[in-house]
Design a protein around this ligand. Structure first.
Ligand code: ASP
Length: 583
């Protein structure tokens, strides 16, 4: 090796040792007669000292170097007079006695510091420089450790990692596929998997008992802050299990990760039905780090002559504790906030339960103090509390209130980043009606089984059939989801029928699975966890880009390698393709 030690490992006990270090110049300080270099490698930072008195030639040479030069030095470890308690090597420095330049560096486009001056696009273009920064490197190391611990945990429980193909077949259900033209089969295409769903089911039919895979999945969706066109799942499937087993095993996995990587024992996981989550939190991924449940008010407020409430399908609100002193301006600002198109609220009604015993609202004209007090009682409100009430369609009102709840939770700092609340959401609807295409879609995917007791409704009451499906939610983030699958050929045929597919179409798309169901398919089920999101949660960042080595930007571009990119006419021809757009 070129070195005897790394920049992060030397301590006071090493004083007197002769060492050789290699690394990048993080910083240089010349104090006139003494030059100090902070030398950085993957493991940390060591201070190098050059003194004009001890070695004038080296001192002068060092001064010609700049940031991010790659050097190799040898020298003696000594105790520092000026200790730096902020870094692990802060008690020592190296008096350099030889210095070799391994490579120089141009001026870097942004500073390689924790607080860098580079904007996100610039840092993504030079991601290899961004990766030199502690924060990015640490995120990637965390990711590695989480993957390692997840593998080790699942391995202990007899899960076997099996690789499934990346070039598969396009299917109409789910998100849009990324397609790969086949050169050898003119006019035909592979698709990149949105998930290995059917393959993991086929592994169960193949007699594997427990499968897992850390696997790349691809979805050609519109881009959002927490979406990447390619992302990683911890994908799992098991035979002969129930939902309860899945909850136990994956609660175990999450606990294992929390203990190993954060030294935290999370509270017991809660279980909540989709119905209750929507009713009390206006979302199927509630952040339970704080209360502020939605309270429905139809029974109390309707029929008093206030048109907005009378005409609404739902009137509901939240109680914001000890905020009755909000000013007119603050309430107006919140009203504007809920009216933003992303939230979609039509307006906001307030009720203040003042500390002087009075109760005031923006609808005093329509409601007596007694009636307002009934409202307050519905919330169990105390003096000093503020009620924020919205009205409209049931679904829209719940959604908007759910967003307002999160916003107030953030503003009041109730969403403690050091606290983790994990819960399972269960009993999702099996199907979702789409107004545009006038048909039902599988809410999870078409292989999810209905709840046993809801099977009779499959013919008559599709909207109310619940699925044997579940999501794992942590702090308001959907970390994963799965289901107990259909393993019966007839039921699977029925499901495709419900989704508006003819038998012929269903067999064309999924014939391989239907065929497999003929040969003794075991009952099975599974789950997939979004690994990028899980790492982001552990890293304390909102963006999964921060925990991906080479992510794509908001427009789905890799701006470092400049992809996607046009291809040659010759390549197109070879692939039997013709472009409809001009290059
Ligand atoms: N394949 C599903 C998904 O990617 C997860 C599952 O049902 O196991 O969402």
């Amino acid at each position: 090796m070129l070195r005897t030690s790394t920049c992060g490992e030397l301590r006071k006990d090493d004083c007197g040792k002769e060492v050789i270090l290699c690394g990048w110049i993080q910083r240089m300080r010349d104090l006139g007669g003494m030059t100090f270099i902070d030398l950085r490698d993957h493991y940390g930072i060591a201070q190098l000292a050059f003194s004009i008195e001890l070695n004038k030639e080296l001192y002068e040479k060092a001064k010609t170097f700049g940031r991010e030069y790659v050097i190799k030095v040898s020298g003696t470890v000594i105790e520092r007079s000026n200790k730096n308690p902020n870094i692990p090597t802060g008690e020592i420095e190296i008096i350099v006695n030889s210095l070799e330049l391994l490579n120089s560096s141009d001026n870097v486009p942004f500073t390689i510091e924790d607080e860098t001056d580079g904007g996100e696009e610039l840092r993504m273009k030079y991601r290899y420089l961004d990766i030199r920064r502690n924060i990015v490197r640490n995120n990637l190391i965390l990711r590695h450790r989480m993957a390692f611990e997840a593998r080790s945990f699942l391995n202990q429980l007899d899960f076997v990692e099996v690789e499934t193909p990346v070039l598969i077949k396009s299917t109409p259900e789910g998100a849009r596929d990324f397609l790969v033209p086949s050169r050898m089969n003119a006019g035909q295409f592979y698709a990149l998997p949105q998930s290995p769903q059917t393959f993991k089911q086929l592994l169960m039919i193949g007699g594997f008992d427990r499968y897992f895979q850390l696997v790349k999945c691809f979805r050609d969706e519109d881009f959002r802050a927490d979406r990447q066109p390619e992302f990683t799942q911890i994908d799992c499937e098991m035979s002969f299990i129930t939902k309860k087993d899945i909850f136990e095993i994956f609660e175990g996995l999450i606990r294992h990760l929390f203990i190993k990587l954060k030294g935290i024992k999370p509270d017991d996981f809660l279980v909540q039905s989709y119905h209750d989550a929507m009713k009390y939190y206006g979302t199927d991924k509630p952040d339970l780090r704080f209360g502020m449940r939605l309270v429905e008010l139809n029974d109390i407020v309707k029929g008093k002559g206030f048109r907005v409430f009378d005409d609404a399908e739902m009137v509901a609100g939240i109680k914001v504790e000890q905020c009755a002193a909000y000013t007119r301006k603050q309430i107006d600002e919140l009203t504007e906030w809920v009216k933003r198109p992303q939230i979609g609220g039509k307006g906001l009604v307030y009720v203040k339960i003042n500390t002087d015993g009075t109760i005031r609202s923006s609808i005093d004209k329509f409601y007596s103090e007694d009636e307002l007090r009934k409202c307050a009682d519905a919330f169990n409100a105390d003096e000093g509390d503020l009620l924020l009430i919205m009205a409209g369609d049931k679904a829209a009102t719940r959604k908007a209130l759910g967003e307002l709840r999160l916003e107030m939770g953030s503003r009041l700092e109730l969403r403690d980043p050091g606290k983790f609340k994990c819960l399972w959401i269960e009993d999702f609807p099996l199907l979702e009606w789409d107004e545009e295409t006038k048909r039902y879609y599988a809410m999870h995917h078409p292989f999810t089984s209905p709840l046993e007791e809801d099977i009779p409704k499959l013919g008559t009451d599709l909207a109310n059939v619940r699925a044997n499906a579940y999501d794992l939610v942590i702090n308001g983030v959907e970390i994963g989801g799965g289901s107990i699958r259909i393993h019966d050929k007839k039921m699977q045929e029925k499901m495709f029928e419900v989704l508006g597919m003819s038998k012929e179409e269903a067999y064309k798309q999924f014939g391989f699975l239907m065929e497999a169901f003929r040969y003794g398919a075991p009952p099975h089920g599974g789950i997939a966890l979004g690994f990028d999101r899980l790492v982001a949660l552990f890293a304390g960042t909102d963006s999964i880009r921060d925990v991906i080595a080479f992510p794509k930007n908001n427009a789905g571009r890799d701006i470092m390698i400049d992809s996607p990119a046009p291809i040659d006419e010759a390549q197109l021809k070879e692939l039997h393709l013709k472009l409809y757009v001009k290059k």
